[in-house]
Design a protein around this ligand. Sequence first.
Ligand SMILES: NC(=O)c1ccc[n+]([C@@H]2O[C@H](COP(=O)([O-])OP(=O)(O)OC[C@H]3O[C@@H](n4cnc5c(N)ncnc54)[C@H](OP(=O)(O)O)[C@@H]3O)[C@@H](O)[C@H]2O)c1
Length: 307
Amino acid sequence: MDKKPEPGPLFFLSFMLTLASLTKKPLLPMPASPIFDLFDLKDRVYLVTGATGALAGSAADYLAAQGARVVYLGRSAEKLDAALVRCRAAAPDAQVFAAVADVLDREALERARDAILAKWGRIDGLLNGAGGNMPGATITPDKSFADLDFEAFSQVIDLNLHGTVLPTLVFLPAMIAAKRGAIVNFSSAASAQALTRVVGYSAAKAAVDNFTRWLAVDAARRTGGAVRVNAVLPGFFLGDQNRRLLLNEDGTLTDRGRTIQQKTPFGRFGSKEELHGAIHYLLADASRFVTGTVLAVDGGFGAFSGV
Ligand SMILES: NC(=O)c1ccc[n+]([C@@H]2O[C@H](COP(=O)([O-])OP(=O)(O)OC[C@H]3O[C@@H](n4cnc5c(N)ncnc54)[C@H](OP(=O)(O)O)[C@@H]3O)[C@@H](O)[C@H]2O)c1
């Protein structure tokens, strides 16, 4: 008896085409939108320290506008209220709440953690934005290193290094337990290159870079890569902290501001919105094989020798 021929690939293809035209569905199951999924932050729970400040505050607003659930952490209840009003004015449906804590106060951070876990049940990421320089920890032009105010030096190390390590210590265990999470620290152009005058802040941010790499390795080994640790390195962004250093009262550049712009191939300071993309990338699945990096967002400052 003749054997009936097996349906070949052409038969299969024509069957699928007919089915697709009848049901108006794609031939094979396709991911809804791969690019969108890679960057999807909807309903993820992110905690932002320094959320009453310029850069981290702007990042917190951006994350909330992307549909993430954002905890604004700061030490001033009044400033936090103002930040939430600003956020909701731009994104009325934003899922946000405020937690009052100094980043150097472990008990206050633990209370914040308990409140977040009670409200949203998980923590998907931490943006360690609190930080900054302090006038006493810099060497003014009329002084030398011998005049360094060691107390101020210690305070700037406390805020930038300990103020990154302590929130991480408090919030990371929830991410390790859930085997899911991304931490983004804030580095600085001062971390890798010597900036005249800026002695304490530079040492602190160099330590943040090192801590970022150390913890990235440790967290990866503990979770098989499910918890990642990276940093953004903002170049020079105009903010309340550095305005007087970079601009004269009439808005023209100070000598230092001009020197910085000359060493920045883009020839300008950054604007806070220009950090959003890097932060989004490092928090989202788009960077799921990326850990231990310090991502410069600096208009080329770090790449340029100045010559
Ligand atoms: N702006 C730049 O050009 C630049 C460049 C490189 C790196 N960075 C880094 O980017 C981050 C944000 O800087 P920024 O320019 O946005 O500065 P900012 O506007 O001065 O914000 C600093 C934030 O840190 C908070 N903070 C300070 N001490 C704290 C403490 N003990 N506990 C809790 N919060 C505390 C401040 O809270 P309060 O409002 O209560 O003071 C404020 O929300 C910092 O880590 C900074 O070092 C900035």
